[in-house]
Design a protein around this ligand. Structure first.
Ligand code: CA2
Length: 150
């Protein structure tokens, strides 16, 4: 059984907890990593947790998850959500099971944040629950993987 879930974070999410707490809360990215690991453990999954400010690196990591036969991917594409056909193509090309997560409710914010290219390749999308959404995404992904096997 594939034992690893990749949790990928896009540009500027390294600033989590340090700036704009009114939108993104006070938790740091390290706190999010801990939350993901604790959530994945009872499901029997390890977490590979990454953050990059570069689009191509996110593409490389999606391909890495595929080649290493990871169980699935949780991704917050951040600023690349609304622009990145390359990230979408990596998801569609690898056929990885993906859950997209956004900390804020992107539909309540600026109109340019509403459309996600990544959603076209995601099995599930979570937004608006703060960083708790990462735990929901890991639980949801574990459920999707389990159901696909049944
Ligand atoms: O709500 C989310 O998770 C977003 O993906 C965050 C992105 C934004 O472009 C999306 O529309 C929604 C921005 C990530 C930037 O993260 C920061 C965190 C703290 C301080 C500054 C930026």
């Amino acid at each position: 059984m594939a034992k690893t879930i990749y949790v990928l974070n896009g540009p500027n999410l390294n600033l989590l907890g340090l700036r704009q707490p009114e939108i993104y809360g006070h938790a740091t990215l390290k706190d999010v990593e801990t939350l993901c690991r604790e959530t994945a453990k009872p499901h029997g999954y390890d977490i590979e947790f990454r953050q990059s400010n570069r689009e191509g690196e996110l593409v490389d990591w999606i391909q890495e998850a595929y080649f290493k036969k990871a169980a699935g991917i949780v991704i917050n594409p951040a600023g690349y959500t609304t622009t990145s056909i390359a990230v979408l193509d990596a998801i569609l090309g690898t056929k990885m099971t993906v859950v997209e997560i956004h900390i804020s409710n992107i539909h309540q914010r600026d109109e340019f944040r509403h459309h996600s290219f990544v959603s076209k390749g995601a099995k599930g999308v979570i937004c608006g629950f703060g960083v708790a959404g990462y735990a929901m995404a890991v639980n949801g992904l574990a459920e999707l993987i389990k159901n696909a096997k049944d």
